[in-house]
Unconditional design. Structure first.
Length: 293
């Protein structure tokens, strides 16, 4: 969390410092006092600005494109197509999707975030951390099993990130900010390694299936992706763990037909059947609201 001093807050808000003190005295601005010093969380200031935004009479907020951006997922891709929601997909990675969502370029973003320590609930924390997401709803899509994809038979006997490092395995990676890449950085951090020490295959792979293709083509020995990707590619899978895969959307868009059609499809037998067929999914709470304004 970034904290501003009074001077920094005044500069950020483009106000006189005296005016900031007046707002403090009137209880009109979010702030906290620590050891006699006023501090202003940037996320709270962003929320305060967005909540107090006024528009000319009749003016409406810009409408986002009917696109679900963010992370790539085979089940999500299939669901968007089969649900009849009219929503398209733009897989660019979790953080890139959130950035587009924050700018209201897209109607929703799929995310599966990881912190270096992998504690807490990174998806919920990412929404709470941004003041501009004051009206964001986080909906469960699935829990997914992530792991190392390796060639059939696992010839390098990879069972952990330590094995990847010791065996100097050629590692296919995802772009910066992708959820799988954040998971890799978390594993390296906990094992006291850095990405610079890895034998990384270039260029980065845009999606999980691209990781699989790099391994099948012999360009890489391993990479992180979901069990469903390994199953589809006929590769061996070394489990790492389960993660939350959620969809972030604005409160007002949540109730509109495209997203309601999409969310309604998550409760169908067809959706549950497809998840079982792909493998590595737990969709027991699909469609449940995990965070709301």
């Amino acid at each position: 969390m970034r904290l501003f001093t009074t001077t920094e807050a005044a500069e950020y808000l483009r106000l006189k410092e005296r005016k900031v003190y007046e707002l403090i005295a009137e209880g009109e601005i979010p702030c906290t006092k620590v050891t006699g010093k006023w501090l202003f969380p940037q996320s709270e200031l962003d929320h305060w600005l967005a909540a107090n935004l006024t528009r000319p009479k009749g003016a409406k907020p810009p409408e986002p494109m009917p696109i679900v951006g963010g992370s790539h997922d085979p089940l999500l891709e299939w669901t968007l197509r089969e649900s009849g929601s009219g929503l398209a997909t733009l897989p660019e990675g979790s953080e890139a999707g959130l950035a587009r969502f924050e700018q209201r370029d897209i109607v929703a973003s799929a995310i599966h975030l990881h912190s270096l320590t992998d504690d807490g609930d990174p998806n919920v924390e990412a929404v709470n951390r941004r003041g501009s997401f004051y009206d964001a709803v986080l909906v469960a899509f699935a829990r997914r099993e992530q792991g190392f994809l390796v060639s059939s038979g696992n010839p390098l006997a990879i069972a952990s990130i330590e094995d990847v490092m010791r065996r100097r395995a050629r590692l296919a990676v995802r772009p910066q900010g992708a959820g799988a890449q954040l998971l890799l950085l978390s594993l390296l951090h906990r094992a006291r390694f850095s990405l610079d020490e890895c034998v990384v295959v270039a260029p980065a792979c845009p999606t999980g299936p691209d990781i699989a293709q790099a391994i099948r083509a012999g360009r890489a020995d391993c990479g992180i992706a979901t069990r469903s990707v390994a199953n589809a590619a006929g590769l061996a899978f070394v489990p790492i763990g389960w993660e939350r895969f959620d969809i972030a959307m604005r409160h007002r868009d949540y109730f509109r037909p495209p997203l309601q059609t999409f969310l309604g499809f998550l409760r169908t037998d067809a959706f549950a059947t497809r998840a079982r067929e792909l493998g590595g999914y737990d969709v027991s709470d699909a469609g449940a609201v995990r965070h709301a304004p």
